[in-house]
Write a protein that binds this ligand. Sequence first.
Ligand SMILES: Nc1ncnc2c1ncn2[C@@H]1O[C@H](COP(=O)(O)OP(=O)(O)OP(=O)(O)O)[C@@H](O)[C@H]1O
Ligand SMILES: [Mg+2]
Length: 485
Amino acid sequence: MNKSILIIDDDIDLCTLLGRYLSRKGFDTEATHTGAKGIAKFNEKKFDAVICDYRLGDMDGKDVIAAIRKQNPNVGLLVITGYSDIKTAVEVIKLGAFDYITKPLIPDEVLNILHKILQTPPEELGQERKTRPVSEAGVTARGKINNPDFYEGKSPAAKALYDQVNIVAATNYSIILYGESGSGKEVIARSIHQLSARKDKPFVAMDCGTLSKELAGSELFGHVKGAFTGALQDKEGHFELADGGTLFLDEVGNLGVEIQATLLRVIQERKFKRVGGNKEKEVDVRIIVASNENLRDAYRKGKFREDLYHRFNEFSINLPPLRSRREDIPAFAEFFLEKATTELGKKVTEYEDDVMEAFLSYEWPGNLREFRNVIRRAVLLTEPGKKISISSLPWEINNKNPLTTREEDRSGTEFTPAAAITASPELKEGDLKSKNQLKDAAGRAEFETIMSVLKMVNFNKKKAAELLKIDRKTLYNKIKNYQSS
Ligand SMILES: Nc1ncnc2c1ncn2[C@@H]1O[C@H](COP(=O)(O)OP(=O)(O)OP(=O)(O)O)[C@@H](O)[C@H]1O
Ligand SMILES: [Mg+2]
């Protein structure tokens, strides 16, 4: 006998389309367009599952769910919520829905969830599900991020960020983290894992940025001995390693198109095979991805699969760059100072005033990572018991680089390495009065080019030298010359 599905949605077109689609897939469907009628229908007839919109014209979705669950606590409920409306979605799960789905609906996704509902024993549908670890505490109380290397910050931007982290941690949603290099994407991913019910299971990070096309499959899904040249023994992939826990895919935009297709299938089916193997393995993995570029733009440009993007984008978090949360700079300066002095076993407790000024006016292209490194270096260069002085800061900060301290550059909210390269200050003819000034100008231009490239590669001098097509020693010498001039 066909399974019967009740659809409650005030969007008549959607009901018709979904109804037709599900009938083609072998279901019997009935649709009602108000909450009240939906409840009445449910009371008069037995349904195997209910698909219900959370925003109905006549009733609150909450009350519809409650009424249906009261009638039959073991019914499988799939709730349709507004786009990325996380609070509602969490609430819906708490109310006992099996799952939620966001508009626009992807029919295959609906079908997939329906299959899962129908495969779950009814008694289990009535219980709180293991895979939906939404605890009262997780949602309402702010969890403490238990990591001594982590500092939250006090700015409104920081507060907004950690509110989101706290809310989403309690769910199983896939998350996209956007943010510049060094802004703390991995730190946030770990925090989300730690605050989640998966915290006792592994957190596995994988850098997709450095992955070759050939190895991507084996890294993600493992391989069996002999699968390819060099596969000398069976190997577990990151998915298996992260089973029960969280898999963090860094620089996910760099994954090749082929592996994106495989990944999509694995996420949909929660099953995979090792490369060269034929045994299916099941995994329960929460996925968090990070990207420097906007994945929506990437799929529009055809570089990223749109369906995979939607899978990942159950929730997204934008990490602010440090320069847009300058209020946090003094507190981070204290935090990193304390860390560095403990690490290095050195008693340095204060900054000279102009150091803090320099921190506050610098652009921090490498964000928190750069800030931490700058402070470590300064502590190393400071004598015990003395205050940190401006001379212990790296040249790009204490040199008052015109590129980064000009007001018009600072007022821009977005700073990209590409912008840095094109934003060199214009030189006017009158500026070049003497030979010396010409030399200065040339030196300054060179200084700026080197700075821009260094920023672009996050101060990786090896990479910068490669890009500038000079050897590393020449780069070091040039930097030294600027510092001493
Ligand atoms: N909230 C924080 N509290 C303390 N330190 C932090 C925080 N966020 C980031 N950091 C510091 O910055 C470093 C870089 O953070 P992380 O690796 O998470 O950045 P990322 O955004 O993943 O960078 P990339 O894009 O380069 O991979 C961390 O190792 C840590 O030292
Ligand atoms: Mg990272």
